[in-house]
Design a protein around this ligand. Structure first.
Ligand SMILES: NC(=O)c1ccc[n+]([C@@H]2O[C@H](COP(=O)([O-])OP(=O)(O)OC[C@H]3O[C@@H](n4cnc5c(N)ncnc54)[C@H](O)[C@@H]3O)[C@@H](O)[C@H]2O)c1
Length: 253
């Protein structure tokens, strides 16, 4: 098998539709020679149906990333399919409705706690659950939405992403001596199920569509960046955030 990821074994979380960034990651990974195992949350039969649309059907393991029993069982279930992992993709985000769409001042702590648990803390939880299967040269990749700025309607999800960006640096720090890298891709807005759940998401869309080269429906540029970071072509890059946003973060309006 040839390709950028020939012989690599990847665990990809976060597939729920074929619009999911994770679906694109899994698809391109297989095209580049990787063996892919998926995890799915909640609607497992739906995820299994989507997994059949990949170039090669991938096995699906149930994982609620806030469930400690699921996390403890993950290694055993992954080892039923592959004998180790070269890469782990965290493509998971969730915030209750109160936390989004302008609700920043009123969202109760219980809802904010859920957003932070699923969207921030889980990056570390997933990495730790996979650690026994990972060796030197392997890596973890997650997805953020530029958290250096406050965005209208993103509210507590923006805070969760700021935490994720910091957690990425700490993960890089704590896994570095094992030769394991941790990096994020900062994607521009893409029409996925998670994005559609944000009231007022179209405000982002309008700003980005004027940018050269940005498509709201093309998940592949973000997916390719995730996979490049897991390939052998970024062997000394960790704690990094690679922007795949059509240059939005760098260019004034
Ligand atoms: N779509 C965008 O505009 C955009 C931009 C930048 C970053 N991101 C990030 O990309 C990642 C993937 O999101 P997406 O846009 O592909 O949307 P998506 O809705 O396709 O994927 C989100 C995934 O999170 C999973 N999930 C939610 N709660 C979970 C839990 N408790 N345990 C395990 N999985 C859980 C869902 O099942 C779903 O598969 C998220 O971190 C998101 O914040 C998205």
């Amino acid at each position: 098998m040839s390709g950028l990821l020939a012989g690599k074994r990847l665990l990809v979380t976060g597939v729920i539709t074929d619009q999911s960034i994770a679906f694109s990651v899994a698809k391109v990974a297989q095209e580049e020679g990787a063996q892919v195992v998926l995890t799915g949350f909640g609607r497992l039969s739906l995820v299994e149906r989507i997994a059949k649309r990949l170039p090669k059907e991938a096995p699906v393991i149930e994982l609620d990333v806030t469930n400690t029993e699921h996390l403890a069982a993950l290694e055993g279930k992954v080892r039923e399919h592959v004998d180790g992992l070269d890469g782990v993709v965290h493509a998971i985000g969730f915030a209750p409705q109160s936390c989004l769409g302008g609700g920043f001042l009123d969202a109760p702590w219980e809802d904010v706690a859920t957003a932070l648990h699923v969207s921030t803390y889980s990056y570390k939880s997933l990495a730790m659950a996979c650690l026994p299967m990972m060796g030197r040269g392997s890596g973890v990749v997650g997805l953020t939405f530029d958290a250096t700025l406050a965005w209208p309607v993103y509210d507590w999800m923006g805070v969760a992403k700021a935490g994720l960006e910091s957690a990425n640096r700490y993960l890089a720090l704590h896994l570095g001596d094992r030769g394991i890298r941790a990096n994020l891709v900062s994607a521009g807005p893409l029409r996925t199920m998670a994005a559609r759940s944000i009231p007022g998401f179209d405000q982002f869309e309008d700003a980005w569509t004027q940018r050269a080269g940005w498509s709201l429906t093309d998940q592949e540029p973000a997916a390719r960046a995730c996979l490049a970071l897991l390939s052998d072509w970024f062997p000394a890059t960790t704690g990094e955030i690679v922007h795949v946003d059509g240059g939005y973060h760098a260019v004034g309006a």
